[in-house]
Design a protein around this ligand. Structure first.
Ligand code: EPS
Length: 381
C-alpha cells in the first residue's frame, strides 16, 4: 500500500526519499521533517561529518500548498560535503574494512574501487529514511498513533529502566544526548564513548522503538509476509549496523515458561490500559511481554521493537585486512568516522517502524483521502 524508497550516495549531491501510496489531504510541513532530521544528526559520539551537514528537507513532489494530493511524495536532502568532494581526485580504496559492505559489494558488482560500494552502503542514507519516516509519522498521528525511541545500551553499559513507564522513557531520551532515559547509565555511556574515541575504536549498542495507540489488527496471521512482526523485523534489520531484532523481551521470554510469559487477559474495567483498548467488556492485558504483537497482528498494546547494533566497522585504529592489489596482509587505512551512532540509530529504527505501521494501517483501513482513513479507524470498519 505504502512504499518508501531512498536514493543517493554519501558524498553525492543529495539524498532522495520517495513515499508512494499516501492518501490525499495529509498536511505536511518540512519543519516537522527537519526536526526528526536534527534528532538523527545529533547524539554524543558522532564524527567530523556532522559538523559539515545541516540536514534539511526540500519537498519536491506530491505536496501542493502544504498538503498531499495522492501523488508520490519526493523529498531531497542536500549533502553539503558534496562540494568538498566533487573536484577531488581520490585514489581507489583497495583495503576492505572487516564488517563493512566493502569487500562483498565490490566482488558482487565487479568494481575495483571499494569506495563505490561504501558510498551507497553508508549510513548517510538513513537521513532519507528518517525524512520518509517523519511523513509516515504525520499520517499515523492522524489516527492517534505516536512513536518514540530510546537507547538501552552502548558498549556494554546498560540502562536501568525498571519501573519507568514508556512515556517517561521517551521523555527521558529526548532530554539526553545519548538518548538514554537513565542519567547514571547515560554518563557511563558517554565515558565509554570517550574511551573508545581515545582508543581509535567504535561502539555498538541496543535501541528500542515504541509505537503507542496502534489500532488492533494491523498485519495478519494468515500468510508469512503479512505478519506484522515479520515486516517490522525485516525493516529494522535493514538499518545499517543492525544485526539483531526483537519484539518485546523475546530473548528473555525464551528462558521462561508459558504461564510466566503470556499476557493474561482480564475484563477491561479491571485494567489500566489506554482508552483505545479499553472498550467496556473487551478483554485486556496488564502486561505487554508480547511487545504489542500476537499472531502477527497488533493487539492494541504498545509495540516495542528492540534492535542490536554492531560497532561501526570503520575504526581509526587499524584492523587486519588484505591489500587487494598485492594479495598481502595489510592494515585498514585511516578514514573519518563516527565513534558511536547508536543514538542516531534509535531515530532511524523509529522511522522504519513508522514505515511499516503506516503501510499496515493503509492496508487495513485504506482510504484515498485522509479523512476517509480517519473515519474508518474511528468506526473500526
Ligand atoms: C558513514 C561514515 C561517516 C558518517 C556517515 C556514515 O561519513 P564520512 O565518511 O563522510 O565521514 O558521518 O554518516 C553520515 C554522514 C550521517 O549523516 O549519518 C558510513 O560509512 O556509514
Amino acid at each position: 500500500m505504502l512504499r518508501c524508497f531512498t536514493a543517493g550516495e554519501s558524498h553525492g549531491p543529495a539524498l532522495t526519499a520517495i513515499i508512494d501510496g499516501l492518501p490525499a489531504g495529509l498536511v505536511l510541513d518540512a519543519d516537522a521533517i527537519d526536526r526528526d532530521l536534527r534528532r538523527r544528526q545529533g547524539g554524543y559520539g558522532r564524527g567530523g561529518r556532522q559538523q559539515i551537514e545541516r540536514d534539511q528537507a526540500t519537498i519536491t513532489a506530491g505536496v501542493v500548498q502544504g498538503m498531499t494530493i495522492g501523488a508520490p511524495v519526493a523529498i531531497t536532502i542536500a549533502n553539503r560535503d558534496w562540494e568538498n568532494w566533487r573536484d577531488r581526485t581520490v585514489t581507489p580504496w583497495r583495503r576492505p574494512r572487516p564488517g563493512h559492505a566493502d569487500l562483498a559489494g565490490a566482488e558482487k558488482y565487479g568494481l575495483d574501487d571499494l569506495r563505490l560500494i561504501a558510498e551507497r552502503a553508508s549510513a548517510r542514507e538513513t537521513a532519507a529514511r528518517v525524512a520518509a519516516g517523519a511523513v509516515c509519522q504525520a499520517l499515523l498521528a492522524q489516527v492517534g498513533v505516536r512513536l518514540g525511541s530510546y537507547v538501552e545500551a552502548i558498549g556494554g553499559v546498560w540502562a536501568d529502566l525498571q519501573g519507568l513507564a514508556l512515556e517517561e522513557r521517551l521523555a527521558g531520551a529526548r532530554a539526553s544526548d545519548v538518548s538514554c532515559p537513565d542519567p547514571r547509565a547515560a554518563e557511563a555511556m558517554r565515558a565509554a564513548i570517550d574511551a573508545a574515541r581515545a582508543a581509535g575504536d567504535s561502539l555498538g549498542g541496543v535501541v528500542v522503538a515504541v509505537a503507542l495507540g496502534v489500532p488492533v489488527g494491523l498485519g495478519s496471521h494468515s500468510q508469512w509476509d503479512r505478519r506484522l512482526d515479520g515486516r517490522l523485523a525485516q525493516a529494522v534489520m535493514s538499518v545499517q549496523a543492525v544485526k539483531g531484532v526483537e519484539i518485546g523481551p523475546a530473548f528473555a521470554n525464551a528462558a521462561l515458561s508459558g504461564t510466566q510469559v503470556h499476557d493474561a487477559l482480564y475484563p477491561a474495567e479491571e485494567t489500566g490500559w489506554s482508552p483505545r483498548q479499553g472498550a467496556p467488556g473487551r478483554p485486556m492485558r496488564r502486561t505487554n511481554r508480547a511487545g504489542g504483537v500476537e499472531g502477527g497482528m497488533s493487539n492494541g498494546a504498545p509495540i516495542e521493537v528492540r534492535a542490536a547494533l554492531k560497532p561501526i566497522p570503520t575504526t581509526l585504529r587499524p584492523q587486519p585486512t588484505v591489500d587487494l592489489d598485492t594479495g598481502e596482509a595489510a592494515e585498514t587505512q585511516y578514514q573519518r568516522a563516527d565513534v558511536c551512532a547508536v543514538p542516531a540509530a534509535a531515530v532511524v529504527v523509529e522511522a522504519m517502524v513508522a514505515w511499516v505501521l503506516a503501510d499496515a494501517l493503509l492496508e487495513r483501513y485504506g482510504g484515498d483521502h485522509v479523512e476517509v482513513l480517519v473515519r474508518r479507524v474511528r468506526d473500526g470498519s
